[in-house]
Design a protein around this ligand. Structure first.
Ligand code: NAX
Length: 327
């Protein structure tokens, strides 16, 4: 039997984790042959609720689940973690300014970055889901001394999956027939879902769908999908976010398909004019737990303006948290 893999998850009592933890324990994250140990981090007042989730995990009698530990101390929760899913964060509440949001999360992600560096396993891989995801990731990455920056990523896979589904529906194709779609930039309403290199059923997507649809329907629908879910469901995306987190890590560990790529927010090396050091979503290929930014794609004027706008927002967020001494 394979050795168990330790997966640390934060925000264990929250709504995303109510779906995510069960998928992990069932084998969806690491495959049907890999036993898993869960280590859950929650804030002190939510420990009881996290305990309740652990009871339900027990009640599933998942054959691959080899233990659940719960803590309100980051270094304890991250002990030996091979994979860390940072889901918990401080959401924006009524009347909160952006600066308040960044500083509240700054306190969380500086501490969690340090705790990961101190306690996690050498092969650690980190996915930040909690918003503002790119900047929270930037903060954790910069505070995790000794952990290579390439081990950190933020989630734009939900945006990517949303874009794939929208394009497939419009084209009358299956989602599995869509490839080479890209989400650029920030996981926010400025993100740029880009179909200019996408392929639908062997044909260039730009030949399959019309430009007005892309500009006035597709792009805003993907950008505002989170708000549309809240409007319809009365609470924010949870199962689809958990599913995207599973997809993100599974793709990272097992690889992208030949001739295609995925979208991941990773540290920029300056590719496509994105300033070095920002955590931005890019077209990315993966293999055996390593990622690479797809090189050499043409960026037309339309795409350039949209990439620049979302990257400018990321640079603003970086400047704000840098000004707070969080990096
Ligand atoms: P919930 O509010 O249901 O759960 C969050 C949980 O995190 C709570 O139980 C809270 O106690 C816990 N928490 C807060 N601070 C913590 C800390 N310092 N350490 C450990 N746990 C802590 O939110 P949920 O719906 O689960 O969403 C979680 C995060 O994902 C939010 O920030 C949300 O904005 C973000 N999302 C990100 C998405 C993405 O694509 N990147 C999409 C879905 C989602 O909106």
């Amino acid at each position: 039997e394979k050795a168990p893999v330790t997966v640390a998850v934060t925000g264990g009592a929250g709504q995303i984790c109510y779906s995510l933890l069960f998928r992990i324990a069932s084998g969806a994250l690491l495959g049907p042959d890999t036993p898993v140990r869960l280590r859950i981090l929650e804030i002190t007042p939510a420990l009881g609720a996290a305990q309740g989730v652990a009871m339900e995990l027990d009640d599933c009698a998942f054959p691959l689940l080899r233990g659940i530990d719960i803590s309100d101390d980051a270094a304890t929760a991250f002990d030996g973690a091979n994979v860390a899913l940072l889901v918990g964060s401080r959401p924006r509440t009524k009347g909160m300014e952006r600066g308040d949001l960044l500083s509240a999360n700054g306190a969380i992600f500086t501490g969690q970055g340090r705790a990961l560096a101190e306690a996690a396993a050498d092969d650690l891989r980190v996915l930040v889901v909690g918003n503002p995801a790119n900047t929270n990731c930037l903060i954790a990455m910069n505070n995790a001394a000794g952990v290579p920056a390439e081990r950190f990523s933020a989630m734009t896979r939900l945006d990517h999956n949303r874009a794939v589904a929208q394009l497939a529906q419009k084209a009358g194709a299956q989602v599995s027939d869509v490839s080479r779609l890209t989400i650029w930039g920030n996981h926010s309403a400025t993100q740029y879902p880009d179909i200019s290199h996408a392929v639908v059923d062997g044909r260039p997507a730009v030949d399959v769908v019309d430009r007005p649809w892309v500009e006035s329907d597709f792009i805003p629908t993907v950008q505002k999908r989170g708000a549309a879910i809240i409007e319809a469901r009365g609470s924010s995306s949870a199962a689809s976010a958990a599913n995207a987190a599973i997809d993100h890590v599974r793709t990272w560990l097992t690889g992208t398909p030949q001739d295609s790529w995925t979208s991941m927010a990773v540290v920029s090396d300056g590719s496509y004019g994105v300033p070095e050091g920002l955590v931005s979503s890019f077209p990315v290929t993966t293999r055996d737990g390593e990622w690479e930014i797809v090189q050499g794609l043409d960026v037309d004027e339309f795409s350039r303006a949209r990439i620049d706008a979302t990257v400018a927002e990321l640079a603003d967020e970086r400047d704000a948290v840098q000004g707070m001494g969080l990096l």
